[in-house]
Design a protein around this ligand. Structure first.
Ligand SMILES: NC(=O)c1ccc[n+]([C@@H]2O[C@H](COP(=O)([O-])OP(=O)(O)OC[C@H]3O[C@@H](n4cnc5c(N)ncnc54)[C@H](O)[C@@H]3O)[C@@H](O)[C@H]2O)c1
Length: 360
């Protein structure tokens, strides 16, 4: 069977970290044949790594080509929806980085466009691919916690006051820590507890000058949530937890409590959960079943390399396998659009200092 021909728009950090090795792992399914980036050096670097011979500093040259089947969008947030719209209108399947857009209306419209055009569409909520998170979702769907009471998440990193490039500029990123890191955890919350009913949010900026350049975005964000299922949620995310470092070994904690049990998840413990039972004496660690150590069908060997890095490559497998099998990909652009709705509600709540209904 012929390989899926992939064009990547945006040849920066995440393309190097996730998408290039992801496609390399799935070499039986697809190959990167075209690249676009406004930066010539970034374009050359990824062309050198992948052997892609079609390159352009204008993404339109890539998304309009007949010899491309799928587009990966890995630019700064403000360009995602424009590139996605063009790609979908040319009949391409799209995998788009998070957060999807600068506002919910754009994200929702593009998700609906993708659906109407019948292309495979996906949002890169990479942490859904942590094996323990998939197992947690499986247990919750099977009713393991009984009546849901609480959800709590805490993402703590130390980015200090360094320059974050486009990430510290509202017109490019939309929001700071909220869209950057909390967006993944909002998707966790949707997947575990369903839609949110209302929320109150705080966004705060502590570092207005990053590496000599102005920042107009939040370094810290927090949400207090009521879910439609009646549960409550507390979610916090910071770039300024001094000493916790920037990597995936920083704090990424999630806990859910229900009438029949509790589960605690840490990204760094990729194949473990802590479990609490009614009348128990405390949380007990469990190792998740080996069936969950990789995404269904993924060629990844979880015993090879650092599984805390390589789980990310299952994301590309999911995208390409969905295209190959003409089925919806997970998480879709609809998932991304719903998260965008929460982001918009959080910004409104923080600006107006009040509870806001979430209207998906
Ligand atoms: N899924 C994850 O875990 C994860 C992790 C990091 C970043 N991201 C997301 O990935 C996206 C990119 O982040 P990054 O860290 O790679 O940023 P980056 O700045 O390292 O890379 C972005 C690249 O896009 C290029 N670019 C900008 N505008 C362009 C345009 N109009 N056309 C073509 N190329 C353009 C830049 O030159 C740069 O090479 C963001 O949406 C970010 O939120 C996701």
């Amino acid at each position: 069977m012929s390989k899926i021909r992939i064009g990547i728009v945006g040849c920066g950090g995440i393309t190097l970290q996730n998408h290039v090795p992801g496609v390399a792992m799935c070499h039986d399914l697809g190959e990167i044949t075209a690249l676009a980036d406004i930066s010539e050096p970034n374009l050359k670097k990824v062309a050198g790594l992948t052997g892609a011979t079609t390159t352009s500093t204008n993404y339109q040259d890539i998304v309009s080509r007949d010899d491309i089947d799928a587009i990966v969008i890995a630019t700064a947030t403000d360009t995602h929806m424009e590139v996605a719209r063009e790609a979908i209108n040319h009949g391409k399947h799209v995998l788009c980085e998070k957060p999807l857009a600068l506002n919910h209306a754009d994200a929702k419209a593009v998700a609906e466009l993708a659906e109407a055009k019948g292309v495979v569409h996906m949002t890169a909520f990479t942490y859904q691919f942590v094996p323990a998170m998939r197992y947690l979702m499986h247990r919750v769907q099977a009713g393991a916690i009984g009546t849901p009471y609480h959800l709590r998440s805490c993402r703590l990193q130390d980015w200090g006051s360094r320059n974050l490039g486009w990430r510290q500029v509202k017109k490019h990123a939309g929001t700071g820590e909220l869209g950057d890191m909390l967006s993944h955890r909002v998707n966790f919350a949707h997947e575990l507890y369903g839609e949110m009913k209302r929320l109150v949010a705080g966004l705060k900026q502590f570092v207005p000058d990053r590496g000599g350049a102005p920042s107009d975005l939040d370094d810290w964000s927090a949400l207090m949530v009521e879910f439609a299922n009646g549960a409550t949620g507390m979610m916090e995310s910071s770039k300024l937890a001094t000493g916790r470092n920037e990597s995936w070994r920083s704090q990424d904690y999630l806990e859910i409590n229900g009438s029949e049990g509790s589960f605690v998840f840490f990204t760094e413990r990729w194949n473990q959960l802590q479990v609490g039972k009614p009348n128990g004496t405390g949380l007990e660690p469990i190792t998740i079943p080996q069936d969950f150590w990789t995404w269904p069908g993924s060629p990844r060997d979880p015993n090879e390399g650092d599984p805390l890095v390589s789980f990310r490559y299952d994301q590309m497998f999911e995208f390409l396998d969905a295209i190959r099998n003409q089925r919806p990909a997970y998480p879709s652009l609809h998932h991304g659009a719903k998260v965008q709705c929460v982001i918009d509600a959080a910004v409104l709540s923080s600006n107006e200092k009040r509870w806001v209904d979430v209207r998906y």
